[in-house]
Design a protein around this ligand. Sequence first.
Ligand SMILES: C[S@@+](CC[C@H](N)C(=O)[O-])C[C@H]1O[C@@H](n2cnc3c(N)ncnc32)[C@H](O)[C@@H]1O
Length: 217
Amino acid sequence: MTAADPLAPAAVRAAYDRRARLYDGVVLGLSAGLDGLYRRLAIEALAPRAGDRVLDVGCGTGLNLPLLRPRVGAGGRLVALDASAGMLRAAAASARAGRTRGAALVRADGARLPLRSGCADAVLSTYTVTTTPDPLAAAEEMLRVCRPGGRLVLTDDRLPAGWFLGPVALLRGLRLRGWRDTRTALARLLRRACGAVASREWHGGLLFLLGARRPSG
Ligand SMILES: C[S@@+](CC[C@H](N)C(=O)[O-])C[C@H]1O[C@@H](n2cnc3c(N)ncnc32)[C@H](O)[C@@H]1O
């Protein structure tokens, strides 16, 4: 990683700190209004149950949380983790406004989760692994904290790394890393670790969902 790397953790954190206020509206626009549908499909694939401990890695402004809470019920535990203080502030404001109840918001690096192995029944990460310098290492870390028999669901895009930071970052990302097919590499990783992998794609494969269950023993 170099100082000019658009995926340098400090650059990504600062970018999301700056964008937190406008994030929800931008996401709705970029997805042509379909954002909620993709989130619902991701949570269907995750299949959280009443009482589950669910971890949302790179939770951003907390858009998944109102969909997760009814699934885990009052006895479930939601931990929503993000590297950006600005995004977490927006998630907290959303909670205060009553859109989310009872999620623990944690500021931490998703590539080094401050959680013990096997502590989560289900791990969700939407549009986050491709914002980290090493998406495969981030996915491995999510598998680590997922208990045997627990589920992991990732959704993301197949655009060049750093595109979300603007055209200069996109070009820098392409120069540094080229274009990597993160979806195929993630699917291979999950297949190796878990066996079967559920896969969906939208917009001609631009958006993808991968889901897997950690083997029980
Ligand atoms: C595109 S946003 C997605 C937010 C949310 N998951 C959603 O679906 O709306 C990417 C999020 O990942 C967070 N992020 C990026 N790198 C991270 C890392 N290493 N650890 C934790 N969060 C990270 C950013 O701060 C940002 O909130």
